[in-house]
Every structure is written in C-alpha cells, then in structure tokens.
Design a protein around this ligand. Structure first.
Ligand code: NAD
Length: 253
C-alpha cells in the first residue's frame, strides 16, 4: 500500500541520472538544499564532481552510463553505502538526436531508445528492489511534452518519450504494493544545454511566450517526490501551456 505521509526532505536518499547539469543538476541543487542526501550520476565527471562538491558533504558524483547494467550495479552499491540506503530515483538522463521519420539515421534511432527508454527501464529494474528494502519511496521518470503529442523532426525522441510515459504506468501498478510511487514528468522547452540550439522563435511559439527555467522544473520534482502522496502512474506537466492547445488566428469579421 502507498502511505499518505509526505517524505521529509532530510530522509530522502536520492539517485539522479544525467545529473551533472541541466534539469538533473537543478533537481540535485533543489533537494540537496532541503537536506536530502544525493548521488549525482552522469557521463560528465568534471561537471558532475564540481556540482557535487558545491553542494556539500551529503552529495557525491559517480560515473554511470545508464545503458550499462553492470555500471548500475556498481553505482547502486556505492549509493547504498554513501546514502545509507536508496528511497528515490530521478530517472532523467536523455538525449535528443534530430531526425525525421525518413531522415533519422538508424544508429541514432537505436541510440535514442537505448538511453531514453532502456536506460530508464534499467534504472527502475535495478533500483526498485533497493527502494522496496528501504520501506518504499519514489521514482520520477523524465518523459517530455514529446511523450504527450507529436513533434516533427525528432521521431526517435518522440517514440522514446511516449514509451517512458507508458512504462511508468505499468511500473506504478507493479510497484504500488511495495509502497513505491512512480510518476512521469513532462517538461516543455526548458533552457538547458539540450535546447541550446533552439532560438527565440521557439520561445515565441509557447503560450507562455518563453522557455522554462530548470528551477521551475525542479520545484515540480520536489512536489512529486516529497508531497504527491496520492499520485502514482500520473503525468506531471511543466510546459508553459505547450500541450494545452494552439492559438489560431481568429476569423476576420
Ligand atoms: N530541456 C528540455 O527542453 C526538455 C524538455 C523535455 C524533456 N527533457 C528531458 O529532460 C532530461 C534532461 O535533459 P536536459 O534538458 O537537462 O538536457 P542535458 O543535456 O543538460 O542533460 C542530459 C544529461 O544526460 C546525460 N546523459 C546523456 N547520455 C547519457 C548516458 N548514456 N548515461 C548517463 N547520462 C547520460 C548528459 O551527459 C546530460 O548531463 C532528458 O531526459 C530530456 O529528454 C528536456
């Protein structure tokens, strides 16, 4: 059964994938700032170590390519020791490799699915037993507005993010009896290195008229992890209205 008690931030024992920068980095800052112990993982040791060092002795960095099952086992062993158990996973590592349905390189399609979907699966597969052993906890899988609608020019990315959204619901049902909530996060365009190539026209096309900031996403993740005690399998959207609808020109009268 899922308990109704909010998690105290200082009780959080959190593993973050892709946490050296961007949204993952902001979540590390937000939750470590509230007293959580955090293991930041990524494939960017210089950035990850610098971030962890800046957040104090309760935060550490470890290398983790999310597509590597052996690396997951190694890192979770370290997490168990350093954090004193694991009760939360921010399954965030991801890539966007541009390509339309006919224009996508086959290797890029496979790589996208490998990191964005298989990596998220491996995270749940390896971490959920530890969270269960800790008495329960929470998993947040990072999907996207691209997991709620289509976008031209990023076929593999859209496929991976819809799959994460669906897999989240299956996992939520599997893990509810272990007191583990599993939710998907759906950011719209957020200012990070991933969106560095997108310009002002993308911002102008959003109902809110701007990119989101990583801290705005991190505050949503804080709520999901600590307070959303009656939510599992659910979609949490932080997108400036991107999936709300389109603003169409009105007919001339
Ligand atoms: N920025 C946005 O607009 C946006 C919108 C919706 C969803 N997202 C999702 O948010 C997540 C974080 O993206 P971001 O915007 O912070 O981008 P980012 O590029 O700053 O962060 C992604 C992180 O994942 C890491 N990573 C890549 N491949 C990896 C691998 N094989 N193993 C481990 N780590 C790996 C990168 O090193 C990087 O630190 C991604 O899943 C992305 O798809 C981002």
């Amino acid at each position: 059964m899922i308990t109704s008690t909010p998690i105290n931030p200082s009780d959080l024992r959190l593993v973050i994938t892709g946490g050296a920068r961007g949204i993952g980095g902001a979540v590390a800052r937000e939750l470590a700032g509230l007293g959580a112990r955090v293991l930041i993982t990524d494939v960017l040791p210089a950035e990850g170590t610098a971030l962890a060092d800046s957040l104090g002795s309760g935060v550490r960095y470890a290398d983790l390519d999310v597509t590597d099952p052996a690396a997951w086992q190694r890192v979770l062993d370290e997490a168990q020791t350093f954090l004193g158990g694991v009760n939360a996973l921010f399954n965030n590592a991801g890539v966007v490799l541009w390509g339309s349905t006919t224009g996508t390189e086959l290797a890029d399609f496979r790589r996208t699915i490998d990191i964005n979907l298989y990596g998220v699966f491996l995270g749940m597969h390896t971490t959920a037993p530890l969270i269960k052993a800790a008495g329960g906890g929470v998993i947040v899988n990072v999907s996207s507005t691209a997991g709620l609608q289509g976008y031209a020019g990023i076929t593999a990315y859209v496929a991976s993010k819809w799959a994460v959204r669906g897999m989240t619901k299956a996992a939520a049902l599997d893990l509810a009896a272990d007191n583990i909530r599993v939710m998907s996060l759906h950011p719209g365009p957020i200012r990070t290195p991933m969106t560095a190539g997108l310009g002002d026209e993308t911002a102008a096309a959003q109902p809110i008229g701007r990119f989101g900031e990583v801290d705005e996403v991190a505050r949503m993740v804080r709520f999901m992890m600590l307070e959303a005690t009656y939510s599992t399998g659910s979609e949490f959207i932080v997108d400036g209205g991107a999936v709300t609808g389109q603003v169409l020109p009105l007919p001339e009268s």
